[in-house]
Design a protein around this ligand. Structure first.
Ligand SMILES: Nc1ncnc2c1ncn2[C@@H]1O[C@H](COP(=O)(O)OP(=O)(O)OP(=O)(O)O)[C@@H](O)[C@H]1O
Ligand SMILES: [Mg+2]
Length: 448
């Protein structure tokens, strides 16, 4: 394997090409070209990290080559080499995207230093691009699953809302996808390349909230030994997400209201006014109007936040999407682990679809993850999920008859799966007549 960076040297003078080759060949993979045409061919056929480019060349000159290379791959670093002390052309080259220029005759150490820096820059640029791509892969809009009518409406709403700067209040039970929606709004907005900053109001104690949001100057209070930038300042030009906003202390609520209105604040212990350009998104799993009526949430802040209200339905109100979610998470897990994708049997699916999922989508995600870790089979059966206390809707909900038949249905389905659908064995195990079993299978619409 060859991890050396590839450097293309373009110079019409044989002696110059050879001396670059001598200097570079130990550390780099070196390609040599005597004309612009040869350089273009080599550039097209090899992955080139850096080019040492003579300005004065017969035929296509260095500046035109520079433009061409930069157009094809803006990430290729180019260092101009010039014999004449032609500063003006060199400056022009820098404006066109060259990294640096060196003057012939060159000093070996200088050349090596400049090349080292240029390659380091290239590595960092690639790393940032890679990380950005990774981040997008983890929270992209397309990765959001939902065919249910209510969710489709929400997806539409998000694409519209993301184009404006209006505040958004996302409400929904725990695990319904509030944070995912907040990130999607940011990722679809013109602010997508700027920071998305999360402030978890439930996790930060009230007395630390101010310094968390506003930051502080050295000496602002005992213990403030150095300056600290607050989350609002970090979020400048981007989006700030106040998660669990209902937990925000009532004094901080007043301050937040002012910031949303004025878009300015001061660091603790500092008199300067800092202006910020941020978009506010907030989320809560509590009913805020209820909190308002108890005097625990400021009504004026609620109206400020609620410019675009988004109400996420609990999973039990979009149970038609349960197969979609199962498939989504089985697939995610398969990709993550490199193992084949699992699925659930029809009877197991029936029970999963009737279950009420108090933990919503996070619960379904956790279940899939656990099933994937401990079960070897590709098909997850009913007996595999019953041990996870997944059962039909709350047992306190129905009449005795309903509860009994729900249990009967599940038990028969389990036994059938255990004996691989063999009705004779099943009826023996259940100790009922085969015809009774057939009737029950029909009544409960069980698949074997
Ligand atoms: N529509 C969806 N498609 C795919 N994955 C989803 C969807 N909604 C939620 N999830 C996933 O479910 C999990 C829980 O979502 P999220 O953290 O956004 O919920 P939440 O409403 O913020 O929960 P909490 O109130 O507990 O903080 C996350 O892993 C998220 O990626
Ligand atoms: Mg959350």
């Amino acid at each position: 394997m060859n991890n050396k960076a590839t450097i293309l040297v373009v110079d019409d003078e044989h002696g110059v090409r050879q001396s670059f080759n001598m200097v570079l060949k130990d550390e780099y993979h070196v390609l040599l070209a005597s004309t612009g045409e040869k350089a273009i061919n080599l550039f097209q056929e090899n992955p080139i990290d850096l080019i040492l480019l003579d300005i004065l060349l017969p035929g296509i000159d260095g500046i035109d080559l520079l433009k061409k290379f930069k157009q094809t791959d803006p990430n290729t670093e180019i260092i101009m080499v010039t014999a004449v002390n032609d500063l003006q052309t060199a400056v022009k080259a820098i404006k066109l995207g060259a990294y640096e220029y060196i003057i012939k005759p060159f000093i070996v150490d200088d050349v090596l230093t400049v090349i080292g820096r240029a390659l380091e820059k290239r590595r960092l640029v690639r790393q940032v691009a890679y990380l950005r791509n990774e981040l997008e892969r983890y929270h992209p809009f397309e990765k959001m699953v939902g065919k249910d009518k209510k969710m489709k409406n929400i997806f539409e709403l998000i694409s519209v809302v993301s184009q404006s700067d209006g505040t958004v209040l996302i409400q929904g039970e725990s695990g319904t996808g509030k944070e995912l929606i907040a990130r999607a709004i940011h990722n679809l907005s013109p602010r997508k390349n700027q920071p998305f900053v999360l402030i978890n109001c439930a996790a930060i104690p009230a007395n630390l909230m101010e310094s968390e949001i506003f930051g502080y100057n050295k000496g602002a209070f005992t213990g403030a030994t150095s300056i600290r930038i607050g989350k609002l300042e970090i979020a400048d030009k981007g989006t700030v997400f106040f998660d669990d906003i209902d937990s925000l202390d009532i004094n901080m609520q007043a301050k937040l209201l002012r910031i949303i209105q004025e878009k300015e604040f001061q660091r603790l212990g500092d008199t300067r006014i800092i202006k910020v350009d941020v978009r506010f998104v907030a989320a809560s799993n509590k009913d805020i109007s209820d909190l308002i009526s108890h005097g625990e949430f400021r009504e004026d802040l609620f109206y400020r936040l609620n410019v675009f209200p988004i109400k996420l339905p609990p999973l039990r109100e979009r149970s038609g999407d349960i197969p979609l979610f199962l498939n989504h998470f089985f697939k995610l897990y398969a990709n993550k682990s490199g193992r084949p994708q699992k699925g659930v049997s029809q009877n197991a699916l029936k029970v999963l679809m009737e279950y009420d999922w108090p933990g919503n989508i996070r619960e379904i995600q956790n279940l899939v993850e656990r099933l994937c870790t401990i079960k070897q089979d590709l098909v997850i059966r009913l007996k595999d999920i019953t041990s996870f206390s997944i059962s039909k809707k709350k047992i306190t909900d129905g009449s005795l008859k309903e509860v009994v038949s729900s249990f009967e249905k599940q038990y028969i389905a389990e036994v059938l799966e255990m004996v691989d659908g063999n009705r004779k064995k099943a009826s023996e195990k259940l100790d009922i007549h085969r015809n009774t079993l057939l009737a029950k299978i029909h009544e409960y619409d069980l698949n074997i």
